[in-house]
Design a protein. Structure first.
Length: 283
């Protein structure tokens, strides 16, 4: 019988062929992948020497695994997760069900980090692991996180809009984010660019009213981006674009929203790692 011992890091092993072995994960959150097998194909029990995983079929090559310091078993090609050793785990795939994932625990109990296929939410007490794929919203007991932060994701469009119209600090206003997400999620436009135009216009109307002067529009957007009001000379080219009709207030806002300066101001890269917090809205 072979014995394999891991390290203090989070690690994963894959069963390639059945047999008898002992696997000691050591530290971290350690996972054993059981391929296409289903949960009904195995018996999982506790023993004095660890967790025993035994195949229950009459296969010619049965599996008998003794697991020590291991936390997660994964079946059914990654679709079914089972926690062992007091670990609560769940796998959420929005392409197969809801775009929401929910937990009754507060967000402060979890560390959120991106993975190759989505996000993971790891409980800080070591007793919970949620794997998220194609999930747009993660709802905790105390706040919600928007995770659709690709270049065309609705959460990205909202963050870009807030930075360009209300300033970078507004992305931390969870109520503003919730209002923006509710609007963009309901928008039936088929392109991300049109959705961005629509939500930019919504934000401009909220701040300036329905009929602002072109000078007011330029002043608002410039100040939100740069942090200071433009001089008359700095504002003039943009006011001229609006006066001539070569740009609209919304299209000027889109241009500003997608500037590297705005993306840096709102720390979009950081948001993609942690999610964008929001309140007052459920998808």
């Amino acid at each position: 019988m072979t014995t394999t011992t891991g390290t203090a890091a989070d690690e994963a092993w894959v069963v390639v062929s059945a047999g008898t072995f002992t696997l000691n994960g050591a530290g971290g959150v350690d996972t054993l992948f059981l391929g296409t097998s289903l949960t009904k194909d195995y018996s999982v029990s506790s023993g004095a020497d660890g967790i025993h995983v035994d195949s229950v079929s009459a296969a010619s090559s049965p599996l008998h695994a003794t697991l020590q310091n291991m936390e997660v078993l994964v079946y059914n090609s990654g679709h079914d997760y089972q926690g062992i050793g007091n670990m609560n785990v769940a796998f959420f795939d929005g392409s197969k069900s809801s775009l929401n994932a929910n937990t009754s625990r507060p967000a402060s109990n979890f560390s959120i980090f991106p993975t190759a296929t989505g996000y993971s939410a790891q409980a800080k007490d070591g007793l919970g692991l949620y794997t998220l794929k194609n999930i747009q919203r993660l709802q905790f007991s105390d706040k919600n996180l928007a995770l659709d932060l690709s270049s065309t994701g609705n959460a990205t469009l909202v963050a870009e809009t807030l930075g360009a119209v209300l300033g970078a600090s507004s992305v931390n206003n969870t109520s503003y984010v919730g209002i923006g997400l509710k609007f963009v999620d309901a928008d039936t436009a088929t392109s991300a660019n049109q959705k961005l135009l629509d939500v930019i216009q919504l934000a401009l109307n909220a701040v300036l009213g329905n009929n602002p002067t072109h000078a007011q529009v330029v002043d608002l957007i410039y100040t939100s981006l740069v942090g200071s009001h433009p001089t008359a000379a700095q504002a003039a080219p943009f006011v001229a674009q609006l006066d001539s009709g070569s740009a609209t207030p919304a299209s000027l806002g889109v241009m500003a929203a997608q500037l590297p300066l705005n993306l840096s101001n709102i720390n979009l890269t950081g948001l993609a790692s942690t999610g964008l917090a929001y309140t007052g809205y459920s998808l």
